[in-house]
Design a binder for this molecule. Structure first.
Ligand code: NAP
Length: 465
């Protein structure tokens, strides 16, 4: 009997997704490459390890793997993005036929996905660029899945993907067709950008409390934990509480972890693409740059020994902290969603932002109560900041955010994401800005021209300054 679905790449994600899918009763064909003395009989050994894989077939040659699958073949690639993905597609292609569907579940750059779609289209092979979020546990128990590409091909793979996806609060799968082209990988990229800023905002709260009030990690967890029962509930805050409470002997584990944040590229892509599209995402970019700056540990140690900054004690009001945090988060989400709206216009994708937010309410790393609220907002309006929910968040958090940034910076505690959010808010709601001076300067040195407020025709003026 043939297998109904194939998975290539049995790393962290591939293994968990295989177990998830097998546990739903699908007969799988599993492939991992053979590398002498390193990667041998990976699929067979894996199948032997888990009873739910009893019916699965294991391979390390692609011809037999492809032959074992019913047609049209449906194959999920879970390999590293970039050249590993290209090598895998090239190796698999001779064994594929028109109508087959390749699903790339890795974190590929959306433009690479678009090239792969058009390369494979000639042979009638569908390529679905599919974002998968939730990490190892999500992959095993139900991830959020963002498939993009050919809509008709999606219909053929949806019974599999929707079965293994997480379920939202109403029991609907956290998997929906995103749109054509590379839109699935684009929204996954933005998801990760929002994730960077969500993480950094929590890290900044931690910094304020740790250095500004001298609370220990456990006491900081005591402040965050009650927030989990209210509108600030999120997966990332939840894991932070667990992280802060973790000890190794007498020491908090967090104090033993080197403060150099790594990244795998999706945050950089988000900032680069936002720049290409002319969309301001300062909170997300601040989170990315904070990671970059953290990486220069040796320099920081040297500079601190020469010219130390001395964090000062702060009066912290927990309610103010929470309100500022919620507003900064809202502004982070606003930036990510505007980026997707602009991309939809530019690339002619029909993105349904309410549905998109809905599939991010469970399974994925940025699941939160706020994401549920945002899904509701987009079902009523396409302008997040013009919705009453935004006004409510602004009313509650505006003074708190500005006060927090002012006090925190004065106390010499860096707050890149909170500051970026505060400036974003001030600029977003500023009727008259100083950009007229920028236009005058551009015209002065470069004759770039400007428009006049007393001439609504849009005519371009140049002054001989
Ligand atoms: P991983 O544990 O490193 O596994 C990568 C898999 O790709 C392994 O099976 C590896 O085979 C295979 N592979 C690598 N180079 C290959 C090549 N040239 N030809 C054939 N196979 C090759 O990675 P992962 O964490 O599962 O991630 C897989 C993809 O999912 C990545 O694109 C990642 O960005 C994305 N993703 C990861 C997460 C996460 O939380 N980990 C979440 C969402 C998305 P060998 O074992 O033989 O080396």
């Amino acid at each position: 009997m043939k297998a109904v679905f194939g998975i290539v790449g049995l790393g962290v994600m591939g293994k968990s997704l295989s177990r998830n899918m097998a546990s739903k009763g699908f007969r799988l064909a599993l492939f991992n490459r053979y590398v002498q003395d390193k990667e041998e009989a990976v699929a067979e050994n894996f199948i032997r390890e888990f009873p739910e894989l009893e019916d699965a077939l294991g391979f390390e040659d692609l011809a037999s793997f492809a032959q074992s699958l019913e047609r049209p073949r449906k194959i999920l690639l879970m390999v590293q993005a970039g050249s590993a993905t290209d090598q895998t597609i090239d190796a698999l292609r001779p064994y594929l036929e028109a109508g087959d569907i390749l699903i790339d579940g890795g974190n590929a750059f959306f433009k690479d996905t678009e090239s792969r779609i058009s390369d494979l289209k000639e042979a009638g092979i569908h390529f679905m660029g599919t974002g998968v979020s939730g990490g190892e546990a999500g992959a095993l128990n139900g991830p959020s899945i963002m498939p993009g590409g050919d809509a008709a091909a999606y219909e053929k793979i949806s019974p599999f993907l929707e079965q293994i996806a997480a379920k939202d609060i109403n029991g609907k799968p956290c998997c929906t067709y995103i749109g054509s082209g590379g839109s699935g990988h684009f929204v996954k990229m933005v998801h990760n950008g929002i994730e960077y800023a969500e993480m950094q905002l929590i890290a900044e709260l931690y910094a304020l409390l740790r250095w500004g009030t001298q609370l220990n990690p456990d006491e900081i967890a005591d402040i965050f934990e009650p927030w989990l029962s209210g509108p600030a509930n999120s997966y990332l805050l939840e894991i932070t509480v667990s992280i802060l409470r973790k000890t190794e002997g007498e020491t908090f584990l967090i104090d033993l972890i080197l403060d150099q944040a790594a990244n795998k590229g999706t945050g950089s892509w988000t900032s680069i693409v936002a720049s290409d599209l002319g969309v301001a995402i300062p909170t997300i970019t601040a989170a990315l740059f904070a990671r970059f700056q953290s990486a220069f540990k040796a320099e920081r140690v040297q500079y601190a020994s020469q010219f130390p900054m001395h964090p000062e004690m702060l009066e912290v009001d927990v309610k103010e902290l929470l309100d500022a945090y919620q507003l900064a988060r809202f502004l982070n989400h606003q930036q990510g969603f505007v980026l997707m709206q602009q991309a939809a216009i530019q690339f002619e994708w029909q993105l349904n932002l309410s549905e998109l937010a809905r599939i991010w309410t469970n399974g994925c790393i940025i699941r939160s109560q706020m994401m549920r609220d945002i899904s509701h907002v987009f079902s009523e309006s396409q302008l997040l900041l013009a919705h009453p929910l935004a006004w409510h968040t602004l009313d509650a958090g505006k003074e708190a955010l500005l006060a927090l940034v002012g006090k925190g910076l004065a106390a010499q505690i860096p707050l890149p994401c909170f500051s970026a959010s505060a400036n974003y808010m001030l600029m977003a709601f500023q009727e008259d800005s100083s950009a007229n001076l920028i236009q005058a300067q551009r015209d002065f040195f470069g004759a770039h021209t400007y428009q006049r407020v007393d001439d609504p025709s849009g005519k371009k003026y140049h002054t001989n300054w």
